[in-house]
Design a binder for this molecule. Structure first.
Ligand code: NAP
Length: 239
């Protein structure tokens, strides 16, 4: 049985491809958001308990291969999956979503992490923050900046200078332009998640000549990788 580490749109596409090919697989989600939708295939939820826990799970479930289709910023899970597969000698492939590249005319600066992104904002900026609930703490010290925070999940303990709204992608460029205009946004802060699903905000910020602060991706252990869903499915057919 193949274990698909999920939490992304592409993990869902990979699951549907495996299902269509009649492959035996299970998709794993970190937590509650994974259970938002009903699915025709088998899923599980919750952490494995570190890489040792994953090693145990791989043995118990007789997993023959792992597809890491987690988000590019889910570095802990990807690291633990690589380590557990190395120990157990189970083949692993990582879906590497292509990064966003700088667009012509985009005022783009790439920073190494969320703390650097928070430091890069000038005082009195009006920033559109799209870094996920897990990334918000880095911005708590910036009481001199006004933040529009968009999140899929509930934001706990929002700061007084945050206006929070919940929304799930995809978004069109027109929708993103409207959000940015309505709130007088001067800066967009985002992680370099890549993919078509959420890139409209970059196009919209470029259209409005806003400053775009992009957090670069974490470095992950080297494993076999592919950047399209169809290449991942071909890999799964071969192993
Ligand atoms: P993370 O820091 O890499 O992982 C934290 C812990 O969550 C892992 O150590 C693991 O717990 C558990 N975990 C993560 N993904 C899992 C999975 N697919 N199945 C079972 N357990 C999993 O990850 P994160 O950044 O918190 O993201 C959590 C999930 O949300 C990921 O699956 C990711 O694909 C998805 N996601 C993340 C982002 C993002 O920006 N980080 C954006 C969109 C979606 P144990 O150590 O106990 O095994």
């Amino acid at each position: 049985m193949i274990l698909v580490l999920g939490g992304t749109t592409e993990a869902g596409e990979i699951a549907l491809g495996l299902e269509a090919a009649g492959v035996d697989f299970i998709v794993s989600f970190a937590g509650a958001t994974g259970s938002d939708f009903s699915r025709s295939y088998t899923t599980r939820q919750g952490g494995f308990g570190g890489s040792d826990g994953l090693v145990e799970y791989l043995g118990k479930k007789e997993i023959t291969a792992v597809i890491d289709a987690t988000h590019p910023f889910a570095a802990q899970m990807s690291g633990q999956a690589a380590a557990a597969c190395a120990v157990t000698n189970i083949p692993i492939v990582r879906y590497e979503r292509p990064t966003w590249a700088v667009l012509d005319g985009c005022d783009w600066s790439e920073v190494s992490d969320l703390d650097a992104a928070a430091r890069a904002l000038p005082g009195k900026a009006r920033a559109f923050l799209t870094v996920g609930t897990g990334g918000l703490d880095a911005f708590r010290g910036r009481g001199d900046v006004w933040f529009l925070v968009r999140s899929i999940r509930e934001v706990l303990d929002p700061e007084p200078n945050w206006t929070v709204f919940r929304q799930r992608p995809p978004f069109s460029i027109d929708e993103e332009v409207a959000v940015m205009r309505t709130h007088g946004i001067t800066h967009l802060v985002t992680k370099n998640s890549g993919g078509a699903h959420t890139r409209a905000k970059i196009d919209a910020a470029t259209e409005l000549s806003l400053r775009v602060i992009v957090v670069g991706r974490p470095v992950l252990p080297v494993v076999e990788s592919a950047s399209t869903v169809s290449d991942i499915l071909r890999w799964a057919e071969k192993i």
